[in-house]
Design a protein around this ligand. Structure first.
Ligand SMILES: Nc1ncnc2c1ncn2[C@@H]1O[C@H](COP(=O)(O)OP(=O)(O)O)[C@@H](O)[C@H]1O
Ligand SMILES: [Mg+2]
Length: 405
């Protein structure tokens, strides 16, 4: 199958593709027309050569991940085509950037196919949410064929806005609520974020957020900001510098203050899922200028979402990401806390407990335990802000509240 990789209306590369056993193969990267418009991470800034394997990895990571909740069951039960075929049927069009695949024998234009301006089918999204068993006569051209992440999700159009609807997972289905709580917290303390609302459809709770990308911008996840083939350091003490060096090499500014806020929010809310595809940068798709860090999104795996209520404790945190495995070690990477208002910080546990109570979804005992854990984390943070050297001490040398209850 011969396609042109397009960036808006710009032919960027000519590709010979094959799809087999759940994978897309780039059999030939015939020509690269506009090197600088190739997706970030697929060409090395210092090397003139092209590596079709990088383009292949980029394309495959664009399809619905195999790990998506319920996907295999839907494929097995209803004969839904494989994710990579869905990706090709949808021409690889997404609502997170301006790349797409144009069949070589077609005259179709970006203006005619992009999902920012044109309507799309919600059939695939409904199937992926488990709301529709019979896939006959369904239309699959949709941004749901290119959405990543493991939670059930679907794009929809409401009042001409492109909205991502995300569900939760067992046992508490707490993630949609967490998204709204996290966006409220970030609004409260002044951190740039995606706004999430809560809705219920057929008895299930979902979060709703609008795309933070428009028809002129690309979201580039931190994963692609770093060079994909360079050795990502296994030594965790080098991970932050590795990322910062790549941001500098690419000319992205404002990264340190952004990371300070992200790490602090993730510490407070005990977010266990800030991997390199859950934050990133925005770029102007025409001029290729970096706009800066994207507003924070996907903070749903937090607030002890998967921990049984009786085990919700401040020390029951799980593993931290992306720069350190331990939350306290990662917090020690924050370079400046002066942007954080101590009075607002103190108010957060009650504020968050109040939000959960208003939603009326979690049981009161669980909310109370989450509130207590948040008080502990806020206390820890206050202590760290007052005495920055405190975080750099080994845990056993930290005085209260460094010792976990
Ligand atoms: N509001 C948004 N606008 C544009 N792209 C988004 C938005 N929210 C998420 N995405 C893209 O979709 C991917 C999956 O969404 P995410 O919220 O991370 O889902 P999950 O919780 O399943 O990981 C993200 O990694 C990002 O690339
Ligand atoms: Mg995610």
């Amino acid at each position: 199958m011969h396609f042109e990789l397009m960036h808006k209306n710009r032919p960027t590369a000519s590709l010979e593709l094959a799809a087999e056993n759940g994978k897309i193969y780039v059999e030939k990267l015939a020509s690269v027309y506009e090197r600088e418009h190739m997706p970030v991470g697929t060409v090395h800034p210092d090397s003139p050569s092209y590596n079709r394997r990088k383009v292949e990895a980029w394309l495959n990571e664009r399809a619905i991940p195999k790990e998506r909740s319920g996907l295999q069951r839907i494929i097995d039960s209803y004969g839904l085509p494989h994710p990579n075929l869905l990706l090709l049927d949808s021409l690889g069009i997404s609502l997170s950037d301006q790349y797409w695949l144009k069949p070589a024998d077609s005259n179709v234009t970006w203006g005619e196919v992009n999902f920012f301006e044109n309507r799309f089918s919600e059939d695939l999204g409904e199937i992926l949410l488990g709301n529709c068993g019979d896939i006959r006569d369904k239309v699959f051209r949709s941004p749901d064929a290119t959405s990543s992440g493991n939670l059930p999700k679907k794009w929809q159009i409401s009042n001409n806005r492109r909205i991502l609807m995300k569900g939760g997972k067992r046992p508490y289905f707490q993630e949609p609520e967490n998204e709204t709580v996290a966006s409220h917290v970030m609004e409260f303390i002044g951190v740039s974020h995606v706004e999430y609302d809560l809705t219920a459809v057929r008895g299930k709770t979902y979060s709703l957020c609008e795309t933070f990308v428009n028809r002129d911008t690309d979201f580039v996840s931190a994963h692609y900001v770093e060079d994909m083939s360079a050795d990502i350091p296994s030594d965790e003490s080098k991970r932050l510098d590795f990322f910062l060096v790549w941001c500098e090499k690419r000319g992205i500014t404002g990264v340190r203050p952004f990371l300070d806020r992200m790490i602090t929010v993730d510490f407070m809310l005990c977010n266990t899922d800030r991997h390199l595809n859950n934050f990133g940068m925005l770029m102007d798709a025409e001029t290729l200028e970096w706009i800066g860090p994207a507003p924070l999104f996907d903070t749903g795996n937090s607030l002890w979402n998967e921990i049984p209520t009786e085990h919700v404790r401040p020390g029951e945190t799980g593993e931290c990401k992306p720069f350190r495995n331990d939350f306290h070690d990662q917090l020690a990477l924050v370079s400046d806390f002066s942007w954080l208002d101590p009075l607002k910080l103190k108010a957060l546990p009650d504020e968050i407990a109040g939000l959960f109570r208003t939603h009326g979804i979690l049981d009161p005992g669980r909310i109370e335990r989450i509130r207590d854990c948040l008080s502990w984390r806020v206390g820890f943070l206050e202590y760290a802000i007052a005495d920055p050297a405190f975080l750099r001490r080994k845990p056993r040398h930290r005085r209260r509240p460094g010792s976990l209850p």
